[in-house]
Design a protein around this ligand. Structure first.
Ligand SMILES: *Cc1c(COP(=O)(O)O)cnc(C)c1O
Length: 357
């Protein structure tokens, strides 16, 4: 770092994204991207010369995208704000609601970005441990006086809270804001979005990075009651007024309108997830019940780190978290059938090697 870096940032631990290696071709099962290309209708937009429009500034409010998202969910346009990935929606929400001494509560095992944002903004937190079975402690989240952020389904466990449990957390204390991060909810087929009509302390965040195959386009959104959305827009206009680029807006509209292609991709991933979970269980893995597009699994004969390293050597990338409670696990994103077949073959080979020793 240079000598100019603000002192308050010197000890920060930035978010560490999953590897995107360039050294050789891996089967990439480490960052929960979709193995399928974006909707053909989205791809068409790029090939049709839409890039020419880039000489002009993008629409600051990304009206067409807001319209497409709100109409998909039966919301009013004023109940949605489009963001540069859902990470930006999370960041805007933290900035909007945690500026002056308020605290935020989240599970000990969850999306790593919450801690990063907390530290970056210097806000207080209550880190609530998952229960023994890696489910979220609903009672504790009902009790905390702090605002709440929960990934549902949770990452990297894949375990969801029911919509009734989410509603209970939201309803018990209207003095707090509850942010539900639904990055993986399409693989589960449920969403808390309709609840925003009933509760003004619920903010739902979603992304086009996983289920809509557009991780590189950086599209996400926040949904909530219109006053909340005004707050988010206020922060957006201060930090990054043209947060959605013109091409991404067009891609996002095409992707969300192509419901048929979307359902097809999600169904393939869900089928592949369930097939892989069964195969892993059959060879002795403990696999947490995932509602997402990844599996979180451990095996008594091999640690998570060794599994990650051995698979990497075999050309398959998975994700390992060097965190005490979950260090025996590996997180495996669900690829297409061929990728998962190779993954299974390599995993078996590695396990046999471990046993021989
Ligand atoms: C991937 C992910 C996000 C961020 O996605 P973006 O690419 O920024 O839209 C947010 N929350 C969780 C839990 C995720 O896994």
């Amino acid at each position: 770092m240079s000598r100019f870096l603000s002192e308050k940032y010197i000890s920060l631990k930035p978010y560490v994204p999953g590897e995107q290696p360039g050294d050789k071709r891996y089967i990439k099962l480490n960052t929960n991207e979709s193995p399928y290309p974006p909707s053909p209708k989205a791809i068409q937009i790029v090939t049709q010369g839409a890039a020419e429009g880039l000489k002009l500034y993008s629409d600051p409010v990304a009206r067409k995208l807001r319209k497409a998202i709100s109409s998909y969910y039966g919301l009013d346009e004023s109940e949605v704000v489009a963001t540069n990935g859902s990470d930006e929606a999370l960041c805007f929400a933290f900035m909007a609601y945690l500026g002056s001494g308020e605290g935020i509560a989240f599970p000990d095992i969850s999306y790593g970005f919450y801690k990063v944002l907390r530290d970056f903004l210097g806000v207080r937190s209550e880190v609530i441990p998952l229960k023994e079975d890696f489910t979220i402690d609903v009672e504790a989240f009902c009790k905390t006086p702090y605002h709440v952020v929960i990934a549902n389904p949770n990452a990297p466990t894949g375990i969801p809270l029911s919509l009734e449990e989410v509603e209970r957390i939201v309803a018990t204390n209207p003095a707090r804001l509850v942010i539900i991060d639904e990055a993986y909810t399409d693989f589960w087929g449920k969403t808390s979005i309709p609840l925003i009509k009933k509760y003004d302390n619920l903010l739902v965040v979603q992304t086009f990075s996983k289920s809509r195959s557009l991780a590189g386009a950086r599209i996400g959104f926040a949904a909530g009651n219109r006053e909340l959305m005004r707050d988010i827009d206020r922060v957006r206009d201060c930090v990054n007024p043209y947060n959605i680029n013109t091409l991404s807006e067009m891609l996002g509209v095409a992707a969300i309108e192509d419901t048929e292609y979307f359902s097809e991709c999600v169904a393939k991933t869900v089928a592949e997830r369930d097939r892989t979970a069964k195969r892993l269980t059959d060879i002795g893995f403990e696999v947490l019940p995932s509602a997402a597009n990844f599996l979180f699994a451990r095996h008594k004969d091999i640690g998570g780190k060794q599994m990650y390293l051995s698979l990497k050597e075999e050309g398959v990338l998975v994700r390992h978290f060097d965190v005490e409670r979950i260090k025996d696990f590996a997180r495996i994103s669900i690829g297409n059938s061929e990728e998962m077949n190779v993954f299974m073959v390599k995993t078996l080979k590695i396990l046999e090697g471990v046993k021989k020793k």
